[in-house]
Design a protein around this ligand. Sequence first.
Ligand SMILES: CC(C)(COP(=O)(O)OP(=O)(O)OC[C@H]1O[C@@H](n2cnc3c(N)ncnc32)[C@H](O)[C@@H]1OP(=O)(O)O)[C@@H](O)C(=O)NCCC(=O)NCCS
Length: 147
Amino acid sequence: MTVAEELIDSYLHDPVHSGYHILVAEADSTTVGYVCYGPTPLTEGTWDVYWLVVAQERQGQGIGTALMKSAEKEMGKAKGRLVIIETSSAPGYEKARRFYINHGYEIVARIADFYAPGDDKLILRKRLRRNRRQLSSKAHPVSSAKN
Ligand SMILES: CC(C)(COP(=O)(O)OP(=O)(O)OC[C@H]1O[C@@H](n2cnc3c(N)ncnc32)[C@H](O)[C@@H]1OP(=O)(O)O)[C@@H](O)C(=O)NCCC(=O)NCCS
């Protein structure tokens, strides 16, 4: 929780240069979830999703999906190619793991005993599909240059 608050403070202090982007879900003027993500330094088009959280009493209503889709849309607009998420193999994260896999993420690496003995770090990855406009400008670079 302290780490999450530090990310939010850093973003609010300097949204442009903090390296973090935050989207918030609200219901009845109350924050019910948020996602924090940002470009991975020293990469070309790779982004990290650092936190995705929905209030416990609001889970299972599509809020996490809406946050994830909005974040992916924004990353795509910023020429994101790959999205990376790190999570734990512990039983308490089973729902989160299933959520990510249902949203097209695949487990590409595992560091055994990373968080604690028997609690591995899982690295999940998703390739973002490029939208039609990006694809057509790549496919017809000459004609678009003429126009
Ligand atoms: C993982 C997490 C962000 C998902 O958020 P969420 O709002 O519950 O996600 P959604 O409601 O969009 O989807 C969750 C499930 O509910 C289902 N669902 C979606 N809309 C629904 C609705 N209107 N009614 C009922 N179920 C619904 C989805 O099919 C999905 O099923 P799945 O678990 O089989 O994939 C949330 O569980 C969470 O905050 N967990 C604790 C924090 C955490 O572990 N974060 C990840 C750290 S790495």
